[in-house]
Design a protein around this ligand. Structure first.
Ligand SMILES: C[S@@+](CC[C@H](N)C(=O)[O-])C[C@H]1O[C@@H](n2cnc3c(N)ncnc32)[C@H](O)[C@@H]1O
Length: 206
């Protein structure tokens, strides 16, 4: 009997839809990230160490950050990581489950996680955020798109590429409670609409 493995679904799904999700060149879908990164980068010095969790193919986030900072990217999908290495040669990339990687305490001035923590089973997300908090330097920033409503969703054919996909979210209040428990102060939170729902963009400081 095979056991359902949501992380394998996500890994294989992004391997399959990597190019459908984003090309190697920036396009209109990248504009919003550029605004977000400007807000983050105004709070960290040049040459900062930045971790991009669920970095995808590296475009645009790792690539933009690597223009001024030392970037480490982590992604569970081998195809995404291979592309990221090609797109952002100056950054370091690890192909790994972000809940399984480890870094020394206080390694990073900033950690970004755009649309990626929401692919981790929700019961693992608080422990992941605990690690994230420990990896941040004092005053370090976390910028992440988190969930809005308590739901776990599976899709059979995402982006028309025949790929299965899996998402898992807590509601916004729970995420804010978790950040408060970890001593991460929310600098701002913003609703980012998508279809009939959306995500919460959070910038939090240790
Ligand atoms: C929606 S894409 C976002 C990519 C990029 N952050 C962006 O916003 O352009 C989500 C990425 O998170 C990665 N991901 C999902 N679950 C992960 C996990 N447990 N560990 C590492 N990466 C993961 C996926 O492989 C995928 O590349």
């Amino acid at each position: 009997m095979s056991v359902y493995d949501p992380k394998a679904v996500v890994r294989d799904g992004y391997d399959a839809v990597s190019y459908r999700y984003r090309g190697d060149q920036e396009d209109d879908t990248c504009r919003v990230y550029i605004e977000w990164l400007a807000e983050l980068e105004s709070r960290i010095p040049d040459g900062s160490s930045v971790l991009d969790l669920g970095c995808g193919c590296g475009v645009p986030v790792s690539q933009r950050l690597a223009m001024r900072h030392r970037v480490t990217g982590v992604d569970i999908s081998p195809v995404q990581i291979e592309r990221a290495r090609g797109n952002v040669p100056s950054a370091e990339f690890q192909c790994a489950d972000m809940t399984q990687v480890d870094f020394e305490a206080e390694s990073f001035h900033a950690i970004v996680a755009f649309y990626s923590i929401i692919h981790v089973p929700v019961e693992e997300q608080f422990a992941l955020l605990e690690k994230v908090e420990s990896w941040l330097k004092p005053d370090g920033c976390l910028m992440a798109t988190l969930g809005m409503r308590d739901e776990t969703v599976e899709m059979e054919d995402w982006l028309g590429g025949g790929a299965k996909m899996y998402w898992s979210e807590a509601d916004e209040t729970t995420y804010l409670q978790w950040l408060a428990r970890l001593g991460l102060e929310v600098v701002f939170k913003r609703f980012v609409p998508e279809g009939d729902t959306g995500h919460t963009l959070v910038l939090a400081r240790k």
